[in-house]
Design a protein around this ligand. Structure first.
Ligand SMILES: [Zn+2]
Ligand SMILES: [Zn+2]
Length: 206
């Protein structure tokens, strides 16, 4: 006969809604992400150029799960919007891309910060659906695609790292960033004078 204790050994955690965190814990997502996006400051070897498809799938699935929790807990959120994000993540989990097209942490750190004083009291984060003013430590960012595309930094960060697009209009910020970096590298190359070119001018000073 099972004792009372063995049947009730695990108490469910307290579910006081006022103590509910603003968003689910994303540490699993970020540790998976670090497996598939090696530190870009270290030169990449061929071996690391293509991440393992299973891990890529896992990252997309982790984030879809987290958004699923937000959808379930949301009060005033546009659940159709979250559904579209989840659907997009799940389709990538099924057919993982060969490379992660998200932006890096440097890009995230450079996003325009928005003061809580600059938003209306009723404005909320499109992802978690919580009013910005509810957050005791608000950290808001504006994406460069549109002046009204403002999010909680911690809500939009995982999506940007993985997808590199604005969740609202899907402007490909990652692609813009890759093109900007590529152009920057080309400019450096152009400005650095190759040695043989210098030799051609020797006659003028001789
Ligand atoms: Zn949020
Ligand atoms: Zn946008």
């Amino acid at each position: 006969m099972a004792s009372y204790e063995s049947e009730h050994a695990i108490d469910p955690p307290s579910t006081n809604p006022s103590e509910r965190p603003r968003r689910p814990d994303l540490s699993t997502f970020f540790s998976t992400l670090s497996q598939i996006t090696p530190d870009t400051s270290v030169p990449r070897t061929r071996q690391h150029a293509v991440p393992v498809p299973n891990e890529v799938s896992a990252a997309f699935r982790n984030l879809a799960d987290a958004f699923g929790v937000m959808r379930r807990d949301s009060r005033g959120t546009d659940s159709e919007f979250l559904d579209s994000l989840i659907e997009s993540l799940m389709s990538s989990a099924e057919r993982p891309p060969r490379e992660i097209e998200g932006v890096d942490e440097e890009y995230i750190a450079g996003l325009e910060r928005v003061s809580i004083k600059k938003v209306r009291k009723e404005d909320d984060c499109p992802i978690c659906g919580n009013p910005f003013s509810d957050d005791p430590h608000p950290l808001l960012v504006r994406l460069p695609c549109h002046s009204t595309h403002i999010f909680d930094l911690e809500c939009v960060r995982p999506w940007l790292r993985l997808r590199g697009t604005c969740p609202l209009d899907r402007v490909d910020l990652g692609k813009r960033e890759r093109e900007r970096k590529k152009k920057h590298l080309e400019d450096i190359k152009k400005n650095a004078k190759p040695e043989d070119e210098e030799e051609e001018w020797d006659g003028l000073y001789g």
